[in-house]
Write a protein that binds this ligand. Structure first.
Ligand code: FUB
Length: 304
């Protein structure tokens, strides 16, 4: 069976897993991976789908895994649950993203109905605590909020000048500056728009050699598409599809990260293990390669 071997320990249950292929983990359903590199460790912050049979996105907590070598993974105790956000009435733990600033770790999370919140911790494994006691962004901040999940999928990007930005949305893609404290929006909320932009959700910004890359889920079932720009505020140029639908999941949700001199595309699909579906998803990792002109080679899902 392609997947990972699990070595579970009793007690505080740090799980030690050895990844042998995609999907990365087979003992739980995992979705919406957000990667963060801290020193020589890659951290993955992941949504936790319920097991089998459900008809909607049922996520109540988030999971954390770390690795130093992309082969041996440690699963940390669950650091954050939707119930840690008293204002999150719907109880749906949608996608998140963790960013580091001034030695603290900020976990931006999204919910159905009640928007985007942020929790803070002193180290990457937590414990994390709601930083605000209220949402950072709500549907009112998404001008076209005609559905309960309009204000989801936060993605943080800190530019070389130290300015942190937040991108998010469903149907429309919004962005704004964050203040140095990481828990307040600084100034105007703006919208991303360019020719060929068919945005569903899951924005992610990364930068390489002076080029800004905006990757995002496009269409439904979702494919990951991307655009490039020479400034964080655009103008963006559509570059095409990066990753086709993989497995039988209607959603895909990616992070892109450089770790130990290699670039990785980390995403989810629904087809890789016992009863996988759109609502029982599995995180996968594949290498990401650049062409000489800065465009990205398409990512084909592998099983190794
Ligand atoms: O996991 C719940 C939602 O499904 C996420 O917020 C979206 O990006 C999609 O993957």
């Amino acid at each position: 069976f392609l997947g990972s071997a699990l070595y579970a320990q009793e007690g505080d249950y740090y799980h030690h897993l050895t990844a042998k292929g995609n999907p990365l983990f087979t003992h739980k359903y995992t979705a919406d991976p957000a990667a963060l590199v801290v020193g020589d460790t890659l951290w993955l912050y992941i949504g936790h789908d319920f097991e089998g049979g459900q008809k909607g996105y049922k996520l109540k907590d988030w999971l954390v895994f770390s690795t130093n070598d992309m082969a041996n993974w440690t699963e940390h105790p669950v650091p954050l649950k939707i119930e840690d956000f008293a204002w999150a009435k719907s109880g749906d733990a949608y996608a998140g993203h963790v960013a580091e600033r001034n030695g603290k770790y900020y976990w931006y999370i999204s919910t159905n109905w009640t928007g985007i919140g942020v929790a803070v911790a002193d180290n990457p494994a937590g414990p994390f605590k709601d930083a605000l006691g209220k949402p950072l962004l709500t549907n009112e901040d998404c001008f076209a909020s005609d559905h309960s999940w309009a204000c989801i999928d936060p993605a943080i990007f800190t530019d070389d000048d130290g300015q942190p930005w937040i991108f998010w949305g469903n149907g429309e893609c919004y962005y704004a500056k964050l203040k140095d404290n990481m828990v307040e929006i600084d100034g105007e909320i703006k919208q991303v728009n360019f020719d060929g932009f068919v945005f569903e959700e899951a924005p992610w910004i990364h930068k390489k050699d002076g080029i800004y890359y905006l990757t995002y889920a496009s269409g439904f079932p979702e494919k990951i598409a991307y655009a490039t720009a020479s400034t964080i505020e655009g103008p963006w140029e559509y570059q095409g599809i990066l990753n086709e639908i993989a497995g039988n999941s209607n959603t895909n949700h990616q992070s892109i990260v450089a770790f130990k001199d290699h670039w990785y595309f980390i995403y989810h699909n629904g087809g890789m293990q016992r009863g996988g579906t759109s609502f029982s998803r599995s995180v996968c990792i594949d290498p990401l390669y650049y062409n000489f002109d800065g465009t990205l080679k398409r990512v084909q899902m592998t099983t190794e």
